[in-house]
Design a protein around this ligand. Structure first.
Ligand SMILES: NC(=O)c1ccc[n+]([C@@H]2O[C@H](COP(=O)([O-])OP(=O)(O)OC[C@H]3O[C@@H](n4cnc5c(N)ncnc54)[C@H](O)[C@@H]3O)[C@@H](O)[C@H]2O)c1
Length: 412
């Protein structure tokens, strides 16, 4: 970190508030603007969008200066941190430029569309001594914190099977709402790049990355060029197996992560979590039981899920008030602010967002090569594939009706 950046960090802690610039003033970006207007110890200081009229309109609406080039926003020195809320292939350059200028950065999910650039973003944060976070807000949901606690405290034991089902239905009208949506150039992928990353991220946080994948992606029902369905078989380093299915064609119940371990089973299905314990554990029962038709006893364990994480109440800012009325995005932004100003541990470090992206890239690569792919994947091979898909794309998006509007259920 340069001495200029180090001095600025000390000054920030004294001033006790962070000035944010929001890069990408679309549906989600405007959600950031609203949240930053209410968050303790944070201020919205600027907005930036390549679309000049969008930038000016949002700047006027929130009473802050607007820019149509993020480099101009950096030069103006009105921000300590930047939130990158552009379409995913356009996270990388603004993030790199901001970090190299000493700004803290939070990037929307997925970090980028390819692991090679995500690696570089994580390295740039380290080199410049700035905080780098990723918006995986679902990690802060109380049930997810509880699941992570159960897994990491060893209550499931060694994991033998992990299943992920992501049902994120979208209609054609959704895909037609932006020229960048569901194109190789604008998103670098389909359901695994845009709609499934939250569940894929939780899956990776729960059971780590597989050592190999065999994937198949296809475009089943939508007039788009990228996948609206992805499936894969996964092998884990301990010999465990996994199955993945992501779709924007299917709706109804079934969104699920299920983990089967030596000591128990964890099922997260449609927002409900259940935990079962085996007595005795699987290996011991298989080896030692002398009743040929017996199975281990299975007990459902009642779960006590605290609604507020302990650290949410630690600081003088009455964060609980924000938490009650604000969505996951506010929790992540508040955590980032408190991390920078007060040293709270960062819940969503940028580098931790690389795993789910690597999994998505590996499945795409496997589908195109028709074979098992080992992880970590070759960055250069994946870059070559994606560059080719982008170069050869002949898809013409018809009937686009631009709508800068994010999913109202996010409440951002
Ligand atoms: N965490 C979540 O739950 C969540 C929810 C919705 C969207 N997102 C993510 O947010 C990002 C944006 O999605 P959206 O729905 O707001 O899209 P959007 O189309 O509504 O807005 C994107 C905006 O970025 C602008 N833009 C493009 N390139 C730019 C650049 N280089 N510099 C500045 N502005 C630029 C566009 O003009 C547009 O106004 C995506 O990466 C998406 O995955 C995350």
């Amino acid at each position: 970190m340069s001495s200029k950046h180090a001095k600025r960090q000390v000054a920030l802690r004294k001033e006790r508030f962070l000035r944010f610039g929001v890069i990408g003033a679309g549906g989600m970006g405007q959600g950031y603007c609203r949240i930053l207007g209410t968050l303790p110890h944070a201020r919205l200081a600027a907005v930036c969008d390549v679309n000049r009229s969008a930038a000016e309109e949002v700047g006027r609406k929130f009473g802050v200066p607007s820019f149509c080039d993020h480099r101009e926003m950096i030069k103006a020195k009105v921000c300590d941190a930047a939130a990158i809320v552009t379409p995913h292939p356009f996270h990388y350059q603004p993030a790199m430029d901001c970090m190299n200028a000493g700004l803290h950065v939070i990037s929307e999910k997925p970090l980028t569309e390819r692991v090679s650039t995500a690696d570089r973003m994580a390295a740039a944060a380290k080199k410049n001594g700035v905080v780098f976070a990723v918006m995986f807000q679902r990690r802060l949901e109380p049930a997810i914190c509880k699941a992570l606690d159960l897994i990491h405290s060893g209550q499931l034991g060694e994991i033998f099977r992990a299943t992920l089902m992501v049902l994120e239905y979208r209609n054609q009208c959704y895909y037609n709402s932006g020229v960048w949506r569901a194109t190789w150039k604008g998103e670098g992928g389909g359901v695994m790049m845009n709609q499934a990353p939250h569940m894929m991220d939780l899956f990776v946080q729960f059971c780590g990355l597989p050592s190999a994948v065999f994937g198949r992606t296809c475009t089943r029902m939508h007039a788009i060029e990228v996948e609206d369905q992805a499936e894969a078989m996964l092998k884990f380093p301990n010999g465990g197996v996994g199955y993945l299915y992501c779709s924007t064609c299917e709706t109804g119940p079934g969104q699920m992560i299920e983990l089967f371990g030596e000591k128990g089973k964890l099922v997260l299905r449609d927002g409900e979590m259940s935990f079962y314990q085996f007595r005795p554990g699987i290996r011991s029962h298989i080896k030692n039981c002398d009743d040929m038709w017996a199975k281990p006893d299975v007990f459902q364990v009642p779960l006590n899920i605290p609604q507020v994480r302990p650290s949410d109440t630690d600081y003088e800012a009455p964060f609980q008030v924000v938490q009650e009325s604000q969505p996951g995005h506010a929790k992540v932004l508040a955590n980032m602010v408190r991390h920078i100003l007060f040293g709270e541990s960062l819940a969503t470090p940028g580098a931790s967002g690389i795993g789910s992206l690597e999994l998505a890239n590996a499945i795409t690569l496997s589908s195109h090569e028709g074979r098992w792919i080992n992880l970590p994947i070759s960055r250069s091979k994946y870059d070559a594939l994606l560059n080719q898909l982008q170069r050869e794309s002949k898809f013409v998006k018809k009937a686009v009706q631009v709508k800068r509007m994010t999913d109202p259920r996010l409440g951002a």
